[in-house]
Design a protein around this ligand. Structure first.
Ligand code: PXG
Length: 288
């Protein structure tokens, strides 16, 4: 496996990073998770735009144009002869000294891993997931805005541990004032009274690219879709619930906090959107 590291393609065994890199010392950096489907990079422009926006938000100046970044991704995919893959693109503040000061880091570290995609087992998509509400709250936006896809994932990892403790794989994270934000690595949608609802990102959630794709699919097929502040009562009372994310795509949820959602099976609207999403992945992307 070849890894792109600071402009060079290096074997996985030799792709090392300094222990003084602030990405490691302080989680000071940003990342993206992108997927390719049969030689097509899904919504590449959107991922690159979000990466540069996240970097901007932490005042990290990526020393590479968006076009050069796209070329680097394609070069890495080709070197690894991958058609269906997961791309992890990471930019750290770079090597500095001990101490927070980002000014000591003169050059960001850039690396790109392209690997086979590890999928959730098929049965999860057929039967639906069971999830819980995490006791851990989502980051308070004025402290660390969840719209920034930073290397600081401890908030999500703590909620993931909550999910694991409860014997499930995902957890809903609430805001400090009890609104539904998102899950640890996925956005959330509910179906209620025939309407598709998802929390606005301003509440404190990542503006997921799969989320955006689902909203545009719904609009295209004249399905009513709204961004709305949701409480757990709304989620429990929903007829359908599903999660969206680059790795998970669209995954139905049938049980939350041991309560059955709808009739306990993936719903018709969820299944319809899963089908439409599959079609979209075949056309919406950049060929390499
Ligand atoms: N919320 C959070 C907190 C995320 O990290 C999403 C929602 C979904 O966004 P996208 O743009 O993927 O639809 C994410 C996505 C990984 C990995 O380990 C990261 C995510 C998803 C899956 C795997 O690289 N983040």
């Amino acid at each position: 496996m070849k890894i792109y590291l600071n402009g060079k393609l290096i074997s996985k065994e030799k792709a090392h990073i300094s222990v003084f890199d602030h990405g490691l010392l302080y989680g000071d950096g940003v990342f993206e998770g992108i997927r390719t489907y049969d030689g097509l990079i899904f919504r590449l422009k959107e991922h690159i735009d979000r990466l540069y926006k996240s970097a901007d938000a932490i005042k990290l100046n990526i020393p590479m144009t968006k076009i050069k970044m796209i070329e680097a991704i394609i070069k890495t995919l080709k070197a690894n002869k991958l058609k269906d893959s997961y791309i992890r693109l990471v930019i750290t503040r770079g090597v500095g000294d001990l101490g927070l000061d980002p000014r000591k880091c003169s050059k960001p570290t850039i690396f790109i891993i392209t690997d086979k995609i590890a999928l959730y087992p098929k049965e999860f998509y057929q039967k639906g997931l069971e999830i819980v509400t995490a006791p851990t709250r989502r980051n308070y936006p004025p402290a660390l805005d969840p719209r920034i896809k930073s290397l600081n994932y401890l908030n999500n990892i703590l909620a993931k541990l909550d999910a694991i403790k409860a014997g499930t794989d995902e957890a809903i994270m609430l805001t400090y004032n009890d609104y539904v934000a998102e899950c640890t690595g996925d956005n959330i949608f509910i179906v209620k009274d025939g309407e598709l609802l998802t929390p606005p990102v301003e509440v404190g959630a990542l503006e997921g690219i799969t989320r955006d794709a689902v909203i545009s699919i719904a609009k295209n097929i004249d399905m009513p879709v709204y961004e709305k502040m949701l409480k757990m009562e709304d989620v429990y009372a929903a007829t359908e619930v599903f999660l969206t994310g680059t790795a998970a795509e669209i995954i139905p949820v049938v049980k939350i906090d041991k309560r059955q959602i709808g009739d306990g099976k993936p719903g018709t609207i969820t299944l319809k959107l899963m089908g439409e999403f599959r079609k979209l992945t075949k056309v919406d992307g950049v060929r390499y």
